[in-house]
Design a protein around this ligand. Sequence first.
Ligand code: PMP
Length: 322
Amino acid sequence: IEWDAATGWHSARVAARRPFEIDPAAAVLHYGQEIFEGMKAYRNGEGQLVLFRPEENARRFNASAERMAMPPIPEALFLEAVEQLVRVDADWVPAGEGASLYLRPFMFASEAFLGVRPSQKYIFSVIACPVGPYFSGGAKPITVWVTEDYSRAARGGTGAAKCGGNYAASLAAQARAYEEGCAQVVFLDAAEQKWIEELGGMNIFFVFDDNRIVTPELGTILPGITRQSLLTLAREEGLEVSERPYAFADWKADSESGRLREVFACGTAAVVASIGEAKFEGGSLRMGNGAIGPVTERLHHKLTGIQRGTEADTHGWVRVVS
Ligand code: PMP
C-alpha cells in the first residue's frame, strides 16, 4: 500500500514477494525513517488461523508512526492487509507446538530527496515467514548479557517506538552478547546506567519468593503486547505485580540473598523465555536450578493456551482470520 501527501493511502495489492524499486535518494536510506511490527498467526485446535491482539499491533504501529513523523494507517486497513496475507499464505502455517506464521508489517519513507524533513511518500507492506520455536535450545533457560557500555534509549528518544534505528543502534551490544555466548542483551537506562530496561527484543520480569512480580515501567522501553498480556494474566492468577524501576545492583543482591526466584523475558517471537543466567563484565548471576521456574511455566502455559485455543479467551484477545 502506498501513501503520498496528495492522495493518502492508495494502490493496495497482494503480490508474490519481489524486490522493491526505490530511488537511491529515498529518505529511508539516508535518514532511517522506518517503523515495523512483529506478530504471529497460529493454528488453533480446530485448525483455524488466529491472530493474537492484532489491534494492539495496529495501535502501536501508529504510535511509532507519530513519533517518527510518518502518516498513521487506519487500523482497519492495517488489519485487512495482515489478514489478507494470512489467508493467501494459509498453507504455510504449520500445526503443532511452537510453529506459527511470523508477520512483519512495516513502513518506510520512499520520497527521493536529500534534506532533513519528513518524507511526503511512504510504502507500507507486510511480509510473512513460517517459524518454529525462537530459541534453538527449546524450552531451556537462556543466558543473557547485561551491557554496561551501550544503552538503547534515552528520555525523549525513540525507545518506545518500534523503529529500525533502535535496532541498528543495538547491534553492537547484541554482537557482544553473542561473543559472550549469550542469546540476548539486557539494556540499562541511558541516564544512570543503573535501572534494568529490557532485552534487545523482549521485555523482562522478575519473580520474588513472596510471589511478587516486578517489571520495569513504561517510558523508554517498548510497550510489549506480551508484557501487557502477562501483567493481566499474572494479576488474575493472584500474583502481586508492580511496574516499577528495578536496579541492576538489586538484581545482584536479590539473587545472592535468594529472594529472587525466577527471571523471564517475553515477546511475540519467543512468547515467554526463562532466563537461567545473566553475564556481565567481570561476573555472572545464576537463577534457579537450570529448569524453568513454576511461575514462568504457569504464565507461559496460560498465554500459549489462549493463543492455541486450549485455554478460555476471556479477554477476547484472539481474532479468527476467516
Ligand atoms: N522490547 C523490544 C525491544 C522488542 O523488540 C520487542 C519485540 N517486539 C519486545 C520488547 C516485546 O514486544 P511484543 O511483546 O509486543 O512482541
